[in-house]
Structure formats: structure tokens, C-alpha cells
Design a protein around this ligand. Structure first.
Ligand code: AMP
Length: 377
């Protein structure tokens, strides 16, 4: 066990890293953040910051030397950097799981090869592969870059071959996955923690609504049947086991209109749809990340009630003017979290707010009212 007083390393400096650092420091750990941006959200709260690129061997060497263990807050850290670190210091989750999650082609193939149902898909390595991919997948479809896509970026709708060609060119002609566009009844996710010994603690299934490809609202517990809840949790647990995973894993699912449950993708880190655990669970997803990283027993994931989280995007800012925070702060059962990002840009996640209450219906009502008060469409 790595105990408080030790130094932990974190790759990445975004809001997920910031919330990890806050949890770790609350528990008495020191944290070094490696991230190129000097003012990043995580660097602001870490007690040491290495401002360097993720493939800077000298910085990686220093991180390995100074820290008892290293984790990551985003999946696009070069797998080679994780492997470099892993040769020197425990890295959790491991390079293999992160490498799979950072590449849609590898991720989909992993899921298919291990018997996890996904939307129909085909790999598109080059333009010549488009026609047969479209024939295999059918339309409507979505063309998604295999790497570096997030929040709906790096993907385009495809209805026919002409659109597929245009979309492939517009996405830069890079390797893509063509995916059947499924008729969604709703989207859900399972966030869980898995310890080095294989122990798993899952949070209640969360229901997610997106706007323009970006998560808008998460609602926990999801309003789905007990059977679906159990199935999704079992699938997420099985994926974590197949990956021999250690850390916090988030698995996103599509619940289709015809009743089937498909895995969309997974993230090898805490997830936006688990932010509500900060305020509504005995142990947050970030504390679980610390616990899994340090080889501590996982915390109790039990929840105090229902929670609905809304993301606060940069669109809410008018120039340098922040939103009227008193519209959030006047609610005694709503919690505000801001990430310290200096510049608001449309679509940029600046913070979130979580409404707490007794039932999913109650908190959904509260969060919809809050959105209206803030002018979020
Ligand atoms: P992704 O980045 O792949 O998670 O996609 C972002 C969002 O786009 C998802 O959360 C869905 O709302 C939507 N989406 C992605 N893929 C599909 C699909 N195959 N069928 C229907 N909707 C999708």
C-alpha cells in the first residue's frame, strides 16, 4: 500500500486531474502533475508541476523518480510514455488498457473479439475502404476518427457514399471507424473502480443526455429497469476484468429503441458522468482513483440520494463576464464546481453543478429549472 505522505504522479492537467489532485491532497498525498500548460486546472492545485510534453523523457524520468505511482487523467497520453514510466514505477491503469481506449479501432475490435455487443462497425484505413465499409455497416452511419475524438469532435454523419467521401476528406483522411447510427432510447454509463486484486465497486448506473455531442446532463440513478441496470453493471465489470484493469473505468452504453444494450466506448479514467459522486456518494470517483492507484481497499460507493449534474460550458460566459453564480448558489441542495480555466470558449467545460434530492424525478426537475435560470438551452 502506498500511504499518505507519498507523492503521486498524474499525467494530464485538465479538470479530471484537478479533482483527482484535490482528493489525493485531501487524503494527505503529494501530487506532481505533468502537463505542458503552466496554468492548467490540475497544475493550479498540485504541489508540483512539470511543464513538459507527455513524451519528454527527462520529465517522465523525473516523474518516475519522484513518485510512488503514476496515473493518468486523459487517454491520449502516448502509450509509449506510459510504457516508459511502467518500466520504472507502478502505472495504473496500465499502458495496455489506455492504448486500447485511445484508439477507436482497437477499442471496437477488443469489444467485438471479447463478445461485447457494439453498434455494427467497419474499419476505414483509407478512402479505398469506404465503399465496402458502408456496404457492411449500412446507413445512416457515423464516421469517427480512430484517435483524438472527444465531445462529438472528429465525427460526421454519413447517409450515402458521397457523404462518406466528403466526411472522410473533411476529417483529414485519417484512419476512421464507420459505425451504424443506432436509434437511441437513451444513453447510460457505468463508472466503477477495480483494485489490483480484482475487487470491483460500481456506482449506480447513470443516465446521460448530450447536446451537440457534449454531455449536458447526467442523472443518477438512471431511470431504467433493474434488469438493465444489472446487465450494464455486469458488462462493465466484465470489460474491466478482460482489460485486467486497475483504476476507475467508465463504460458508456446505448440503450436502443429495440431494447438492445450496446457498448459505445470506455474511458480509462474518472468520467464526466461520474462527477455527481463528488456530492452524492460516500466515496467519489476521484477518491476511488487514489485508492486504486495506491493499493488501498476501495471505498464504499453507496449514495446518499439521487443526483443530477449539468455541465457549465464556456457558452455561458459573455466575453469575460461569468454567469450569475448566485442563481446556482441560492439553491441549498445544489453544488457548484468550477475548474479554474482562465478563458471561456464555446463548448469548453468550465465547471458543473449537481442538484441533490430524494428521487431521480425530483433532481431532474431541479436541474432543468437550473438550466432555465442560467439560460442553457
Ligand atoms: P462518442 O464520442 O462516440 O461517444 O459520441 C458522442 C455522442 O454521439 C454519443 O454519446 C451519442 O449521443 C452520439 N452517438 C455516437 N455514436 C452513435 C451511434 N453509433 N449511434 C447513435 N448515436 C451516436
Amino acid at each position: 500500500m502506498i500511504l499518505p505522505g507519498a507523492r503521486l504522479g498524474l499525467l494530464g492537467g485538465g479538470q479530471l486531474g484537478r479533482m483527482f489532485v484535490i482528493s489525493a491532497r485531501t487524503m494527505g498525498y503529494h501530487v506532481t502533475v505533468l502537463d505542458p500548460d503552466a496554468g492548467s486546472p490540475a497544475a493550479q492545485v498540485a504541489d508540483r508541476h512539470l511543464a513538459a510534453d507527455y513524451d519528454d523523457e527527462r520529465a517522465l524520468e523525473k516523474l518516475a523518480r519522484d513518485c510512488a505511482a503514476v496515473t493518468t487523467e486523459f487517454e491520449n497520453v502516448p502509450a509509449a510514455s506510459l510504457a516508459f514510466l511502467a518500466a520504472r514505477v507502478p502505472v495504473r491503469p496500465g499502458a495496455k488498457a489506455v492504448a486500447i481506449a485511445q484508439d477507436r479501432a482497437q477499442e471496437k475490435t477488443f469489444l467485438r473479439d471479447n463478445g461485447f455487443a457494439t453498434a455494427r462497425f467497419a474499419l476505414v484505413g483509407d478512402a479505398a475502404a469506404l465503399e465496402s465499409a458502408l456496404r457492411a455497416v449500412g446507413s445512416p452511419a457515423l464516421l469517427k476518427t480512430t484517435r483524438l475524438g472527444y465531445d462529438g469532435k472528429g465525427q460526421a454523419r454519413v447517409d450515402d457514399f458521397g457523404m462518406a467521401q466528403q466526411a472522410f476528406a473533411a476529417l483529414g483522411g485519417v484512419a476512421c471507424v464507420l459505425e451504424e447510427r443506432v436509434a437511441l432510447e437513451r444513453e447510460i454509463s457505468v463508472v466503477l473502480a477495480r483494485g489490483a486484486s480484482g475487487e470491483v465497486r460500481a456506482y449506480p448506473v447513470t443516465e446521460n443526455r448530450h447536446r451537440d455531442g457534449i454531455l449536458d446532463v447526467s442523472l443518477a440513478p438512471a431511470r431504467v429497469t433493474e434488469e438493465l441496470r444489472t446487465r450494464a453493471t455486469a458488462l462493465a465489470t466484465a470489460i474491466a476484468a478482460k482489460l485486467d484493469y486497475c483504476g476507475v473505468l467508465a463504460v458508456e452504453f446505448f440503450v436502443c429503441q429495440d431494447g438492445c444494450l450496446l457498448v459505445n466506448e470506455f474511458a480509462p479514467r474518472p468520467h464526466n458522468s461520474g462527477h455527481w459522486t463528488l456530492d452524492a456518494a460516500a466515496t467519489s470517483q476521484f477518491e476511488q482513483q487514489v485508492r486504486a492507484l495506491c493499493g488501498l481497499p476501495l471505498g464504499d460507493p453507496r449514495v446518499h440520494g439521487a443526483a443530477a449534474m449539468v455541465n457549465l460550458l464556456g457558452d455561458l460566459w459573455q466575453g469575460a463576464n461569468a454567469p450569475a453564480w448566485e442563481r446556482i448558489l441560492c439553491h441549498s441542495a445544489t453544488k457548484l464546481h468550477l475548474y479554474g480555466k482562465p478563458e471561456a470558449r464555446p463548448g469548453r467545460k468550465m465547471g458543473h453543478a449537481t442538484c441533490l434530492g430524494e428521487t431521480p424525478e425530483d433532481v431532474l426537475k431541479s436541474v432543468l429549472r437550473l438550466k432555465m435560470d442560467l439560460g442553457i438551452p
